[in-house]
Design a protein around this ligand. Structure first.
Ligand code: GLU
Length: 349
């Protein structure tokens, strides 16, 4: 998971991009970067480490430009370094990517075979090269993006900048991406919360959709390239997280636990589970969610007397094995993800 932010407007946007990234830093913070269209050319600044470092670098040496994309990374492929930080650039194209390109190795071999030179260890860089190749072959920016998305296996949310094109492009499959209209332009981000200060109306892109964002507004196209009419909606009040009187969001979340549990139980329909048909409970999760699952499994064993265990979703995904000696249909599987986006947990599900 990582954070993507993009903006097009009539004024210089570098500071807005960094401010937007700051709100997305919960999604990843091993490196950060921006790319801006400066006098028709792509100018890029990247740092290893947190968004504050990028802010300092832009303070010391500002980047002009009223069209830009930005990224705060949580590395999946390639270590956390400046070279691996997004945006990735190939020829006329700069790309920010959230997700995993599963077939990146095959695509990289293919692209290298055609003389393309890579500058990072990431899975994401193949996207920039595929786009640049398609543009070189005469495709329009949107056709190039649609064609590139078709070549990718896995999940992605993308923000794209193309030299000579005065609009931002966005696309998604599996990873979240929200676009919004603002006074004088448009914005995009990995989550609606990050747009709270900027967007007047927004919409969440559907899987397979491509959007073009310009100073005149937003156009959305489906996977077949047909224009779709999507209404921008004002932000829902509950999408705007307020810290209230609490010192931190963490303290607030801790105090919300009783209510959050009540709501979760009411919505999950746990009462509909036929416990007499359950011989075993298996949790699949990663990271902090795995610790939460261990607690859940221990309670089920101790309080309910039910066999319960935890599998790491990222391992299960590649080696599922038999789940239960009790046979199919008698194992209750529970998938836990705090963000709801953990790719390995979703794949296990
Ligand atoms: N897979 C990409 C990388 O490792 C994106 C990671 C992310 O979503 O943070 O650079």
């Amino acid at each position: 998971m990582c954070g993507i932010y993009g903006m097009v407007n009539g004024h210089p946007v570098a500071r807005d991009l960094v401010r937007g990234l700051g709100r997305l830093e919960y999604r990843g913070y091993d490196s950060a970067g921006v790319a801006l269209m400066t006098e028709g050319r792509i100018a890029r600044r990247r740092v290893a480490g947190r968004v504050a470092g990028l802010d300092e670098s832009l303070d010391a040496m500002p980047l002009p430009g009223s069209l830009g994309i930005a990224h705060t990374r949580w590395a999946t492929h390639g270590g956390p370094s400046e070279d691996n930080a997004h945006p990735h650039v190939a020829g006329r194209v700069a790309v920010v990517h959230n997700g995993i390109v599963e077939n990146h190795a095959a695509l990289r071999r293919e692209l290298e075979g055609r003389g393309r030179v890579f500058h990072s260890e990431t899975d994401s860089e193949v996207i920039a090269h595929l786009l640049d190749e398609a543009l070189g072959a005469g495709s329009s920016p949107r056709e190039a993006l649609q064609g590139t998305c078709e070549r990718l296996d896995g999940s992605f949310a993308l923000g794209v900048l193309i030299e000579g094109h005065e609009r931002l492009l966005a696309a998604r499959r599996g990873s979240p991406l929200v676009v919004g209209a603002m006074h004088g332009g448009a914005v995009l981000a990995s989550d609606a919360l990050a747009l709270a200060d900027d967007a007047e109306g927004l919409l969440a892109l559907e899987d397979g959709e491509v959007a073009e964002l310009g100073r005149g507004g937003i156009e959305v196209f489906d996977a077949d390239g047909l224009r779709v009419d999507r209404e921008l909606a004002p932000m829902e009040a509950d999408e705007v997280a307020e810290r209230g009187d609490f010192d931190s969001f963490m303290a607030k979340e801790m105090h919300e636990q009783p209510e959050a549990l009540r709501r979760a139980l009411a919505h999950l329909g746990c009462r509909g589970i036929r416990w007499d048909a359950v011989d075993e409970v298996v949790f699949a999760s990663c990271g902090t969610s795995r610790y939460a699952s261990e607690v859940g499994a221990a309670w089920l064993r101790e309080l309910a007397g039910l066999p319960a265990r935890v599998v790491i979703a990222s391992e299960f995904r590649y080696a599922p094995g038999p789940w239960s000696a009790a046979g199919p249909g008698r194992t209750l599987a529970v998938f836990v993800s705090q963000s709801g986006e953990t790719a390995d947990t979703l794949a296990a599900l």
